[in-house]
Design a protein around this ligand. Sequence first.
Ligand SMILES: Nc1ncnc2c1ncn2[C@@H]1O[C@H](COP(=O)(O)OP(=O)(O)OP(=O)(O)O)[C@@H](O)[C@H]1O
Ligand SMILES: [Mg+2]
Length: 344
Amino acid sequence: MNFKRRLKSKKNCKIGIDLGTANLLVYVDGEGIIFNEPSVIAMEYETGDVIAVGHSAAQMVGRNHHGIRVVSPLNQGVISDMDAAKKLLMLAIRKAENTDIDLTTATCLICCPSEVTQIERDAMIDLAHNLGIPDVFIEEEVKAGGIGAGIDIYGSVGSMVIDLGGGSADIGVLSLGDIVVSESIRIAGNYFDKEIIDYLQYNHGLLIGKKTAQRIKEEIGTLREDLEEEVTTHANGRDIVTGLPRQIVVRQSEIRDVLLPAFETIANTVLKVLQNTPAELSSDIIERGIILNGGCSLIDGVDAYFENKIGLKVNRAPNPLTSIVEGTKVLLKNRGNYYVKPVD
Ligand SMILES: Nc1ncnc2c1ncn2[C@@H]1O[C@H](COP(=O)(O)OP(=O)(O)OP(=O)(O)O)[C@@H](O)[C@H]1O
Ligand SMILES: [Mg+2]
């Protein structure tokens, strides 16, 4: 791929990055969201040369031969392959059309799950430094996601955000511009996919790939108890006895029963956060309700499920897949400072 463009170099650029386990989103000040694709990169095994990133690399998952390495550089919300993460991010940033961003004068905000260790945070900062970006800061996904979902987190009114992503579920209570209580558990989209793979293997004797499991979850995944008319889908895979290709029909209620125990764990974590929330903020959350963010909030019936479990009003964010990167726009204006409400 050719990085050299005869374009004007853009200095002092502000870059917001939602480096998710499933999806990478990059916002560049003055350009908008320039990259919104799966966090996947395909490289030549021997040379490490990049073959594909984003959507086209995601198509290769589970379909590659030994000469190609298809990598998701993040695992459960944190960087697990630094080299691949660096290459992916570099190519994503270079996607800004008509602009050649001067990274050596840029400021960059990277969003991370709430409960990452200092080492995991440092890895994110190192990643940006490796790209040549001198000024880097980290913010929690729930904070950026709350802002991106349209909540005024700077006022003295509490709000609760649940982010159901690909690698982690993050729950946070926000007030006066920052997080008051939070929890993060590494049970989210990828975990649901794995549970679907295990279920079909043990109950139908069929081995399916990750992409198929993800499609099944997105197509017929539900948490609704009353399924009047049961929807089905097909699953193609390899019969674990004969080793031959086989197709089966999967019912929505089966997938619901696979998802429910995982959501039970997430709901218990939400209850734990509520139990640790100061009383005044609890009363605000009763009034305002809870906001759902992240791709897995799109699973059918998730809002009603949490309402039933928690007893509070739950609303899905208008754009749950882009809320976090939208929030970086605001946080970049004041470098995340909670004393200052950014002005447009
Ligand atoms: N319409 C949909 N229905 C159900 N699930 C969906 C839908 N769209 C996306 N998802 C799931 O959402 C997950 C990705 O969500 P998201 O982009 O918020 O994750 P991420 O930010 O990359 O991960 P994390 O923040 O945990 O590191 C994937 O597991 C994907 O399968
Ligand atoms: Mg995320």
